[in-house]
Design a binder for this molecule. Structure first.
Ligand SMILES: [Zn+2]
Length: 451
């Protein structure tokens, strides 16, 4: 359960002044082109936004339909995720709609319709009624009028799009848990196994892979597991004043001692253990969720204040333990802000238009050009980054490891079960880590001791 966008009794979102005139503005649905988007969409002619928010040919806002600011903020970030734009507006999605999708591709189609309206800019703002109805109907969590967490909705929405656009011929709800001693080999096996049943534009763009290492502090043996992610949820360190995004990454990837004892299979007894995450595959589009909301036995509240994040040159190299195809260097292009408190708050978005190279703020139906001084905001809650080193976005395929985000021996990826351990090189650049607990307990993380 995340933060609420508005209190249970709140009618209007707080934290931003909302003009009452917005409900009086005319709401005529823009006419959509009759032919398929593929025919009329020409990315060379992609419209550039107008210079001011009050200019009617500027980017359109999204009307709040009653506690729907969390949906609007997510949609504006998705609208401006450039490779997704090309994919939907170019009509490519139509060929990918999965026969196995439970809702026959409703979410993909609804997004394509909204994106088309967005880029037509026929009105100052769009009334996303059909999309919102779909959300209200398809999940108890997001049912009508309930305030919700934008990050939770983003995860839900990406899952729905993935389900609609899954190109994998086989489907399986059950995935084998792959654990092993040779990181490289098991990472490849795990990624391949996932792609066999899960392969969509969402995976192509947003999915990365984490290595989780659980280490016995007695025998120094380690258990390695690989996990896929569509976003990283980063803790905000409480002991640092004015933390930056690198502080959050360091907090996320540092070795942490387990409170409870862990049963070590080698020592055959409960032992003290430490856990550590490293990035194994860095995705083309990186979504970072700052854990501002705390829900535990002792505390319930919001971590306020600025987390200083870079707009350009955000480098994941030092948190990445395998060799990447492209340098994991990122630039920011969108963010979701949360203002107000845990119980009573409001979501808005700030997004960079790729063509105009300008940032805009989106507060439901109100759109403005973003001030230079607001490019980094103390209210930032979810950040969207695009890899700058990437030349083209590749579609993932389980049997083509040359398309995967990190470098894998072809034999390893194709026939993992037939590869002997001697074929496997353990590629790690962990040695840069200076964290003391890491040095003490993880510096001798040796593959030969693993199980
Ligand atoms: Zn042990």
């Amino acid at each position: 359960m995340g933060s609420l966008c508005c209190g249970p009794n709140a009618v209007e979102p707080v934290g931003r002044s909302i003009s009452s005139s917005r409900t009086k503005e005319s709401q005529k649905s823009p006419s959509l082109p009759q032919e398929s988007p593929k025919k009329w969409w020409n990315k060379e002619k992609r419209p550039k936004y107008g210079k001011t928010a009050n200019n009617p040919v500027g980017p359109p806002g999204l009307q709040n339909l009653g506690n729907t600011c969390f949906i609007n903020a997510v949609l504006q970030c998705i609208f401006n995720t450039q490779p997704l734009q090309e994919y939907f507006l170019g009509g490519i999605y139509q060929n990918d709609i999965s026969q196995n999708a439970s809702n026959q591709g409703e979410y993909a189609r609804a997004l394509a319709t909204l994106l088309t309206e967005h880029w037509l800019r026929a009105n100052k703002y769009i009334r996303p009624q059909e999309f919102v109805n779909l959300v209200w109907q398809s999940s108890i969590l997001f049912r009508k009028g309930l305030p919700q967490d934008a990050h939770e909705f983003l995860s839900f929405f990406l899952d729905k799009l993935h389900e609609d656009l899954n190109r994998a011929p086989k489907t399986s709800k059950k995935l084998a848990t792959i654990k092993g001693k040779r990181s490289e080999r098991y990472a490849a096996k795990s990624w391949r196994s996932y792609l066999e049943t899960n392969c969509s534009i969402i995976i192509d763009l947003f999915q990365g892979q984490l290595r989780s290492t659980l280490k016995c502090l007695n025998c120094k043996g380690a258990k390695v597991k690989f996990e896929n992610f569509l976003h990283l949820s980063l803790p905000i360190p409480s002991n640092i004043q004015n933390p930056c995004l690198d502080d959050c990454m360091r907090e996320f990837t540092k070795a942490e001692f387990l409170v409870d004892k862990w049963f070590c299979p080698k020592c055959q007894t409960p032992v003290s253990a430490a856990k550590k995450y490293d990035i194994w595959k860095a995705p083309p589009i990186l979504i970072i969720h700052l854990k501002r909301f705390i829900f535990n036995r002792d505390k319930r509240g919001k971590v306020e204040g600025l987390v200083n994040y870079p707009l350009e040159g955000f480098d994941l190299t030092k948190y990445t333990a395998s060799t990447q195809r492209e340098v994991p260097l990122y630039e920011a292009f969108a963010r979701i802000d949360h203002s107000g408190s845990l119980e009573n708050g409001h979501y808005s978005a700030a997004v960079k238009n790729k063509s105009a190279q300008e940032w805009y703020s989106y507060d439901d139906s109100l759109v403005d050009k973003l001030d230079e001084t607001d490019l980094v905001s103390p209210e930032a809650y979810v950040l969207f980054y695009q890899k700058t080193s990437i030349r083209e976005f590749k579609r993932q395929q389980f049997d083509l490891p040359e398309l995967w985000p990190h470098i894998v021996k072809a034999t390893l990826a194709r026939r993992p079960s037939e590869v002997s351990d001697q074929d496997v090189s353990f590629m790690s650049n962990d040695s840069h880590m200076s964290n003391e607990s890491y040095q003490n307990h993880f510096s001798d993380l040796s593959v030969k001791d693993s199980y």
